[in-house]
Design a protein around this ligand. Structure first.
Ligand code: CP
Ligand code: NVA
Length: 312
């Protein structure tokens, strides 16, 4: 595949959860569940994925690579030292080259702008496999997991405790499109970006969603059906680790905090920094669904690939 068979239309990218409509998100979830029941089908036999990493990964690499294998397609993994994005050649030239040789690309980048530059030059669909701004593949697996465990999404109350980061951004948007009640509790100065909060509120209004940003973890988890946390220091922020460890300690998801949400499941995108944002006692408890959530990345990403390729 590549040049010859390609449409000249603008490709359908997934750079943000905000690129999806609510029906598209629902369709992705339905297809994810169907693919979870029947994981192997030659649906992408004519397709090949370039999977590009500027940062480390376990789940994203394994889930995309195995997803392509199970759907009969091919996957080429490109590590940072191999392609040296924007150093050895321009981002646009890499995108143009790959557009002639693979049918879809997924990128994990430091700056979200790298992804938008790549997508602007690509003639193939581009998927955000994590940037400093969003992690949409994660959020789709997250809401899939909440739906499996809570039976629905509309009206479900989810508390996100910790850093208002990329994972929080995508979760806010996915929660908004799904009509969820998302309550964020973060230290002052570490809120999700105002533009994303406004976008989530605007998207959520049509779906009865509630988006609240606060600083009190007990208030956020009280009455929650799901409690979510992520690392305090994301990849690329390592120089802030010491400051963040101090500031975020009151936001640790531990047994005392979880006592305020006795019915709640616990989510974490992983990797977890045990003893920091989450304790062993919580992540290893019966209420933790973190490995269901991590497995769901593979199922959700198959549906994402079908969606961007117009095959859903
Ligand atoms: N959750 C997630 O994206 O994991 P990796 O960083 O291991 O890919
Ligand atoms: N917020 C984390 C998520 C890792 C999957 C990071 O960006 O490092």
């Amino acid at each position: 595949m590549g040049g010859a068979g390609m449409s000249m239309h603008t490709p359908r990218h997934l750079l943000s959860v905000g690129d999806l409509t609510a029906p598209a998100l629902q369709a992705i979830l339905e297809r994810s569940l169907a693919l979870k029941r029947a994981p192997r089908a030659p649906l992408l036999a004519q397709h090949s994925l370039a999977l590009i990493f500027e940062k480390p990964s376990l789940r994203t690499r394994v889930s995309f690579e195995v997803a392509m294998q199970e759907l009969g397609g091919a996957c080429v993994v490109l590590r940072p030292d191999e392609i040296q994005m924007g150093q050895r050649e321009t981002i646009a030239d890499i995108a143009a080259y790959l557009s002639r040789n693979v049918t879809v690309a997924a990128l994990r980048v430091f700056a979200h702008g790298t992804l938008t530059q790549f997508a602007a030059a690509a003639r193939i669909p581009v998927v955000n496999a994590l940037s400093d701004w969003e992690h949409p593949c994660q959020a789709l697996a997250d809401v899939l997991t909440v739906r499996e465990h809570c039976g629905r999404l509309a009206g479900v109350r989810l508390a996100y405790i910790g850093d208002g980061n990329n994972v929080c951004h995508s979760l806010l948007l996915a929660g908004a499109l799904s009509g969820m009640q998302v309550r964020v509790a973060c230290p002052a100065g570490y809120e999700p970006q105002a533009a994303v909060v406004a976008q989530a509120r605007a998207l959520g209004a049509a779906h009865g969603a509630l988006i609240e940003i606060g600083h009190d973890p007990v208030a956020a988890v009280t009455g929650a059906a799901a409690v979510y946390t992520d690392v305090w220091t994301s990849m690329g922020q390592e120089q802030e680790t010491a400051v963040r460890k101090q500031l975020f300690m009151p936001y640790q998801v531990n047994e005392q905090l979880m006592a305020h949400a006795p019915e709640a499941i616990v989510l974490h995108c992983l990797p977890a920094h045990r003893g920091e944002e989450i304790t062993d006692a919580v992540i290893d408890s019966a209420r933790s669904v973190v490995f269901d959530q991590a497995e769901n990345r593979r199922h959700a990403q198959k549906a994402v690939l079908l969606h961007v390729l117009g095959l859903l």
